[in-house]
Design a protein around this ligand. Structure first.
Ligand code: MCA
Ligand code: AMP
Length: 504
């Protein structure tokens, strides 16, 4: 039975004894063994009563078994919904409720906190730990190692990925099989991946970058991955000589450059370093080339669209730019007020259209209509320009977003929490430059008349419900927020005022 995503990325490797994953502990897993485990997990999911189209929400550590669960969702026709391992139970509750997940899979350590949430929604709860154990795997063991792949159409949904919003409420971006597949196939060609590649994989697998870009590109050609639990400079330096390619956020590259052992010899076996998810400073690009002789290939994408642009494999990789639109992606730069294309070279909002563009936000027709035009162009909210050679440069964001080490933080979410704190009249959260994470959040508080907010107590209170990476790095009390004549808070003024807090 046809199931384009499963058949193309997974099914065709059935029986292959080639290595799919090398693990940090020296182990290796063949495609055959991986797909047998996938089939067992697919049986386990079916035994749990899941039906095609059901959402499977997972907050689990990175492991081969976690990937098998993702593959099993493709094979069984379930919608995979990965969640950042840093999210707190409070944050998870919204995703589970909003998605209507039929099954939640979590680490054993998080089970107690989620029990009451799933009791309210009626979802089933199973565990899968970083070492591959847990109740889901117990169910899978002993199941047949073959599974009748469920019939799916390319337009059927394959994944939900939540992205935060400028209103502070996260939106479930619905991605179809074709969205994922078309982009993986395009990237393989664009970046010249072959079966002989060994991809050093140190990204998390709950976001587009580590899951759909890195993993799907590898699966699309049947190459191997060195599958590290997380980015750790020591581990990356150890495994780099055995790899041919690596994908990372800019923090990966600045951390490597900060280590004197990272040199030309260590990178001599590599053919490609790719960066994305956040701006790579031109300075990092140049330092990297000076040190290793490699020019990092920078590309640009979004959860809603997968990858949109890429610097060329052959040809000039231009520092500070994100390259050209991918072959099947139409890209235009428009005036935010009129939606009309701006003159060539001018700055405007980047809009994209193509087989990569998502199907809309889950149960949010107004938000979908506001960002996805009827003609199929998606309004990214990123500000960019295209030079006369066709290279796209991202010059800023039309949306209020902070990107810290490749993780997105929406100021509104933090501001809503800060505004609720005792003695706080209002607040503004800004992103300021940070040497390691690129940007980091700082909260500016204005006191209610006659009050002195307890900054330390406020910090503790907001941290309780927020994932660690979203915690404001500093809270500052000011007399008043700078506003323009329309009364709008001038965050650019604040950003300028606090720009040197964490660099220098
Ligand atoms: C961890 N911490 C962070 C971050 N990560 N704080 C701010 N920003 C972060 N990104 C916290 C830790 O909890 C820890 O807190 C402290 O910071 C320092 O931990 P450290 O060990 O240095 O962190 P790490 O574990 O090394 O993680 C940093 C990292 C990681 C390697 C940069 O965040 C990472 O792998 N980022 C990649 C994100 C990614 O894949 N984004 C793709 C999104 P404490 O010590 O106080 O407990 S997809 C996307 O954007 C689109 C589609 C695209 O174009 O790709
Ligand atoms: P996400 O919501 O996690 O998918 O993040 C997508 C956002 O990351 C984009 O809208 C951009 O603002 C940003 N982004 C991704 N790649 C790049 C890049 N190479 N340079 C600058 N920003 C990027």
């Amino acid at each position: 039975m046809p199931n384009p995503l499963y058949d193309t990325l997974f099914g065709r490797h059935a029986g292959s004894t080639d290595v799919f994953l090398y693990t940090a502990d020296g182990g290796e897993l063949s495609y055959k063994a991986f797909l047998e485990q996938t089939a067992q997990v697919a049986h386990a999911l079916t035994h749990l009563g899941l039906r095609a189209g059901d959402r499977v929400a997972v907050q689990i550590e990175k492991s081969p078994e976690a990937l098998a669960l993702c593959a099993a969702c493709a094979q069984g026709g379930f919608v995979f919904l990965p969640l950042n391992t840093a999210y707190t139970a409070t944050e998870l509750q919204y995703f589970i409720e909003n998605s209507g997940a039929a099954l939640v899979v979590c680490d054993s350590s998080g089970k107690a906190a989620l029990a009451s949430v799933v009791e309210d929604t009626g979802a089933k709860l199973e565990t899968l730990d970083g070492n591959g154990s847990g109740s889901l795997m117990t169910l899978a063991q002993g199941q047949p190692t073959e599974f009748d792949t469920v019939d799916r159409d390319g337009e059927d949904l394959a994944a939900f990925l939540y992205t935060s919003g400028t209103t502070g409420r996260s939106k479930g971006a619905m991605l179809s099989q074709n969205n994922l597949l078309s982009n993986a196939q395009t990237l393989v060609k664009q970046w010249r991946f072959t079966k002989d590649d060994v991809l050093l994989h140190a990204l998390p697998i709950f976001h587009t970058h580590g899951l759909f870009v890195a993993t799907n590109v590898c699966l699309a050609v049947g190459c191997s991955m060195i599958f590290l639990p997380k980015f750790d400079t020591e581990q990356v330096l150890t495994h780099l000589p055995n790899a041919t390619s690596m994908m990372g956020v800019p923090t990966f590259y600045t951390r490597l450059l900060d280590d004197a052992r990272f040199d030309k010899a260590l990178a001599s076996h590599m053919r490609l370093f790719i960066s994305g998810s956040a701006p790579l400073l031109a300075e990092t690009h140049i330092r990297f080339e000076d040190r290793t002789g490699h020019r990092i290939l920078e590309r640009y994408g979004m959860t809603e669209t997968n990858m949109n642009t890429s610097n060329p494999y052959e040809g000039e990789r231009r520092a500070g730019t994100v390259g050209f639109p991918l072959p099947d992606v139409e890209l235009k730069i428009t005036d935010p007020d009129t939606g009309e294309p701006v003159p060539q070279g001018d700055v405007g909002i980047i809009e994209v259209r193509g087989p990569n563009v998502f199907q809309g936000y889950w149960q949010m027709p107004e938000k979908t209509a506001a960002e996805l035009r009827e003609d199929g162009f998606f309004i990214t909210g990123d500000l960019g320009r295209m030079d006369e050679d066709g290279y796209v440069t991202i010059v800023g964001r039309g949306k209020d977003l902070i990107i810290s080490g490749g993780f997105n933080i929406y100021p509104k979410e933090l501001e809503l929490l800060l505004d609720d704190q005792p003695g706080v009249l209002e607040s503004a959260v800004i992103g300021v430059p940070h040497a390691d994470f690129g940007e980091t959040p700082v909260g500016i508080l204005v006191a209610e008349s006659g009050q002195t907010p307890d900054v330390a107590a406020i910090m503790t209170a907001v941290q309780a419900d927020l994932a660690r990476f979203k915690h404001p790095r500093k809270l500052v009390v000011m007399e008043a927020l700078p506003r323009n004549t329309m009364g709008k808070v001038q965050k650019n003024v604040l950003r300028d005022q606090f720009k040197d807090l964490f660099v220098g």
